[in-house]
Design a protein around this ligand. Structure first.
Ligand SMILES: Nc1nc2c(c(=O)[nH]1)N[C@H]1C(S)=C(S)[C@@H](COP(=O)(O)O)O[C@H]1N2
Ligand SMILES: [Mo]
Length: 318
C-alpha cells in the first residue's frame, strides 16, 4: 500500500501565512456572513475590504521615529501594568482571557456642545488612523519602544466641540468587578482615572490608540481604546476607556489620590527630578537584561512639549 506522506515543504498553510493576513482572513469569514445577510455585497478583494474596515495596519507616520530598537511584540504584550486584572505584570495577559469587550461604548461628555455615547467602532470610523513609533517610559524606571496605531487626541477634541469653559480632559477606565478581580479591592479608588490639561491634550503627541504592531490592541494593553502620552510616565497612558469628559477643574487621578508625592498629576518624564524612592536618571530597557540607558527629558519629546511648561517649576509640578 502506498502511503502518501506530504513532502517536507508542504507544511500546514497556517504556519506559512503571516499572522496579520490570518487575522484578516478570520474577519473576512465573519464579514462574508454579514455581507450575505446584508443582501449579497460584491466583494472584489475581500481581504483588502476587511483590512480597511479595521483600519489596520495603518500607514506609519515617519515624523515619529525612534533611534532605539523596537521592543519585541511578545514582550510588550506579556509584560503589562493593568492593575484592574493583576498586580503581577506577567499575569495580566492571562487574567484578561475571559474578559468580554464586545459592544464597547465610549461616552464623550462634560463641557461639550453635544454629549453623546458612541459604539467604539463608530467613533474610530470618524477618525484617520496612523502608526507612530514612540518611546514608552514607566515611572518604575523601565522602558520600551512600541509602534502604536491610533488617531491624535486633538482630532477627538475637535470632534467633541468642547465649550470654552473646558480646561482639562478627564479619562475614565471601565468598572466591572465581575470581570476584573482587583477591582474587588474596594479600598482602591476604582475606576482608574487620568487627565490632561487642554493644551496638553491638543498638542500633537497624545494618541488615542486602537492597535499595536499593526494589529488590533490586545486586551492586556488596554483594548479597545486607550491613551498614549509618550512624554509622560506610563501611568498617564490610561487603558480601556469608557468616558472622556471635558471639565473645568484639574481632575483627581487614580495615582495622585493614592500617593500624591510619588505620582503627580503632570508626571512628565524628567531625569533630573527623582522619585522619592529612586532615581529617574536612567531606565532599564525591557528585553535586554543588563542594558540601562539615560532617561531623556520629556522622554525625548522636548521639542514638541517643552513650551507647554514654560514658567512652571517642574520640581513642584512633577
Ligand atoms: N486602566 C489602567 N490603565 C493603565 C494602568 C492600569 O493599571 N489601569 N497602568 C498604567 C501603567 S503604570 C503603565 S506603565 C501602562 C502600561 O501599559 P502597557 O501594559 O500597554 O505597556 O499602562 C498604564 N495605564
Ligand atoms: Mo507604569
Amino acid at each position: 500500500m502506498l502511503i502518501k506522506t506530504p513532502p517536507s515543504w508542504a507544511i500546514n498553510e497556517n504556519e506559512i501565512t503571516p499572522e496579520s493576513v490570518y487575522l484578516n482572513r478570520k474577519q473576512f469569514i465573519k464579514g462574508v456572513g454579514s455581507a450575505i445577510a446584508a443582501g449579497g455585497l460584491l466583494l472584489s478583494d475581500p481581504i483588502d475590504l476587511m483590512a480597511a474596515k479595521s483600519g489596520l495596519p495603518a500607514k506609519r507616520n515617519e515624523a515619529y521615529k525612534v533611534k532605539r530598537p523596537i521592543t519585541k511584540e511578545k514582550l510588550a504584550t506579556t509584560y503589562n501594568n493593568f492593575y484592574e486584572f493583576s498586580f503581577d505584570k506577567d499575569d495580566v495577559h492571562k487574567e484578561v482571557e475571559d474578559w468580554n469587550i464586545d459592544n464597547w461604548k465610549v461616552e464623550i461628555g462634560g463641557l461639550v456642545e453635544k454629549p453623546k455615547t458612541y459604539d467604539v467602532e463608530d467613533l474610530v470610523k470618524q477618525m484617520t488612523l496612523e502608526e507612530r513609533v514612540y518611546r514608552f517610559r514607566c515611572v518604575e524606571a523601565w522602558s520600551m519602544v512600541v509602534p502604536w496605531t491610533g488617531f491624535p487626541l486633538k482630532d477627538l477634541v475637535k470632534f467633541a466641540q468642547p465649550l470654552s469653559s473646558a480646561k482639562y480632559v478627564k479619562f475614565t477606565t471601565f468598572l466591572d468587578r465581575s470581570a476584573a478581580k482587583e477591582q474587588r479591592r474596594l479600598w482602591l479608588p476604582w475606576p482608574y482615572t487620568e487627565g490632561l490639561r487642554m493644551d496638553e491634550a491638543t498638542n500633537e503627541l497624545p494618541l488615542m490608540v486602537t492597535g499595536m504592531y499593526g494589529k488590533p490592541l490586545p486586551k492586556q494593553n488596554g483594548a479597545p481604546i486607550r491613551l498614549i502620552a509618550p512624554w509622560k510616565y506610563g501611568f498617564k497612558s490610561i487603558k480601556s476607556l469608557v468616558k472622556i469628559e471635558f471639565v473645568e477643574k484639574q481632575p483627581e487621578t487614580y495615582w495622585e489620590t493614592q500617593a500624591p508625592k510619588e505620582y503627580g498629576f503632570y508626571a512628565n518624564v524628567n531625569p533630573t527630578v527623582d522619585h522619592p524612592r529612586w532615581s529617574q536618571a536612567k531606565e532599564r530597557v525591557v528585553g535586554s537584561f543588563f542594558k540601562s540607558q539615560e532617561t531623556l527629558m520629556f522622554n525625548g519629546y522636548e521639542e514638541q512639549v517643552a513650551d507647554l511648561y514654560k514658567g512652571m517649576d517642574l520640581r513642584k509640578f512633577y
